[in-house]
Ligand binder design. Structure first.
Ligand code: SAM
Length: 303
């Protein structure tokens, strides 16, 4: 018998195949809206979970992303999302948690983290691409996840109260809007600033004292020609908690290799504690090595 995830994918894909005049991703949104209104429904068991809904929609979005123009909006791969979800769930300190993803794309990473944390979590999602915001908004409604959506340049002022945790697969490259970039400490002395630097700064400004930022960053983050600006900023405004290298097998090309950086916004209680966890995620296909790695991470959090 097909699983709920497979049935959701088949429902969306069949709808897209019979309504193929527009973009595939538009059909994904239409299919989800019909499901939401009860007009047309996938075959589901009564116990369908938020994760099954996320995965079913994600399969359709992956197919849509391969077919059309959204190639520059890479969805965060599930393996990385699950890891970040695990880290986030372990680091959460409050009973009820607020999250921010300032570059939320399809929402896949944000929803994975929300589903990992469980109940009592709400989020703010910012994304510049309107199609992706419509897609993530209907997905959130289907999962009944409370998320506020903002369609805007996340590096412009954000009307968002400070949150407990930031998660973000950072957009990497130069930020072309120098006029706006001069408002940031990490503006480059010459030429454009790096948008991944500015996203760290912007999101740290929206984090509560003691809150965590979990960022997917280029593996070469601390080796660029602007890394001294980043070092200076982090030393003053953050406590780096961990830098976790991801296995190269996850990336087609060494240039695209990523790490996960966990930082904490200083507060009176944590000032002075500065030991950094530097580690490498083992090959994801080795179950034993992975579970030993996650256990070591959990022990580190406990400490
Ligand atoms: N985590 C996302 C997911 O699972 O779909 C993928 C994030 S993708 C690596 C980065 C996203 O940042 C893209 O969707 C892109 O449109 C968005 N982005 C880039 N610059 C932005 C800006 N200045 N303001 C808001 N969003 C931006």
């Amino acid at each position: 018998m097909a699983t709920n995830t497979e049935n959701i994918f088949t429902f969306i894909d069949t709808f897209a195949a019979t309504n193929n005049e527009g973009l595939y991703l538009e059909s994904v949104i239409d299919a989800c809206n019909r499901w939401l209104s009860g007009e047309q429904l996938p075959q589901l068991t009564a116990t369908v979970s938020k994760e099954e809904i996320r995965r079913g929609i994600q399969l359709a979005v992956l197919k849509g992303m391969k077919q059309q123009v959204q190639s520059h909006h890479q969805m965060t791969p599930d393996a990385i999302g699950m890891l970040i979800g695990h880290f986030a769930a372990k680091l959460v300190q409050e009973e009820s948690v607020t999250l921010l993803d300032p570059a939320a794309g399809t929402g896949n990473l944000l929803f994975t983290v929300m589903n990992s944390i469980g109940d009592n979590v709400s989020a703010f999602s910012v994304e510049i691409d309107e199609l992706l915001v419509r897609l993530s908004a209907v997905s959130a409604d289907l999962m009944e996840q409370p998320v506020h959506f903002f369609v805007q340049d996340a590096l412009r002022p954000l009307m968002i109260d400070p949150v407990d945790m930031v998660v973000c697969d950072l957009p990497v490259g130069y930020y072309p809007d120098d006029e706006n970039a001069v408002n940031f400490e990490m503006m480059a002395e010459e030429g454009h600033a790096f948008s991944h630097h500015l996203f760290i700064e912007q999101s740290m400004n929206h984090l509560k004292d003691g809150g965590y930022g979990i960022y997917l960053v280029p593996a070469t983050l601390f080796e660029s020609d602007q890394s001294d600006i980043l070092h200076k900023y982090l030393k003053k405004n953050a406590v780096i908690r961990a830098v976790i290298q991801l296995p190269d097998s996850l990336f087609k090309n060494a240039v695209h290799e990523k790490s996960i950086m966990i930082v904490q916004k200083p507060s009176e209680q944590i000032v002075g504690k500065r030991d950094v966890l530097l580690t490498k995620v083992p090959n994801l296909s080795s179950k034993q090595a992975m579970s030993a790695f996650l256990q070591r991470f959990d022990e580190w959090v406990e400490e």
